[in-house]
Design a protein around this ligand. Sequence first.
Ligand SMILES: C[S@@+](CC[C@H](N)C(=O)[O-])C[C@H]1O[C@@H](n2cnc3c(N)ncnc32)[C@H](O)[C@@H]1O
Length: 221
Amino acid sequence: MGFYSTHIAPHVLDAVCSFRSLTAQRQRIVPAAHGTVVEIGIGTGLNLVHYDPARVERLIGVNPPDGLQRLADRRAGAVGFPVDILAESAEAMSLPDAIADTVVVTYTLCSIPDVEAAIAEMRRILKPDGRLLFCEHGRSDDPFVALWQDRLTPVWRPMAGGCHLNRNPAELLVAGGFTLDRHEAFTPKGVPSLVGFHHLGSACPTPLHPHGLGAAVVRRP
Ligand SMILES: C[S@@+](CC[C@H](N)C(=O)[O-])C[C@H]1O[C@@H](n2cnc3c(N)ncnc32)[C@H](O)[C@@H]1O
């Protein structure tokens, strides 16, 4: 990795992800995490301060080796529970099945290259009665904004670390075998909806059909 990716880019990302409007959303979901927590795309560790140390037994962060870990390690040293960070991609995690009581993912589904594979992995590592907490930006529910998100994503993505403006995290989670038990879709005040339309909520693994198919409701005549 060059000088920019090691010494500059992590601080730029950290500053952008620390905006007050984003911190306010982190505070709405992260404190609900409990037990063994796996945070996907932990980045510079900005969520660490929002976990409730009385509820978290241990936290495992997952992030590809991209120069962000130094800042995350520094923050991890200041929390009241053990933190391990795995330098690997969410699409192929070395974690065993059903290890996590809670999976947390914030502002990350937009930039994972194979997001469907990563969601399948999140489902695999989550206990059947576990919960996934998410807070993501993505596709707007305003068709005009969504149209511009589709148009701009090919230009935006190479400049913004692979970030897609037009992914719909809620739809991706449902397609990947999760049932949403909470989903808020909104633009926080003061944020342009093109880049800041939010999907926030929680989801649990949809129980598998005994023959391996998803538990979709089949209506018979
Ligand atoms: C915008 S940053 C958000 C960081 C952090 N989640 C936060 O809320 O501040 C996107 C993160 O996704 C991570 N990421 C990108 N591709 C990934 C992958 N394949 N698996 C896991 N994380 C990935 C990046 O390394 C980066 O940390």
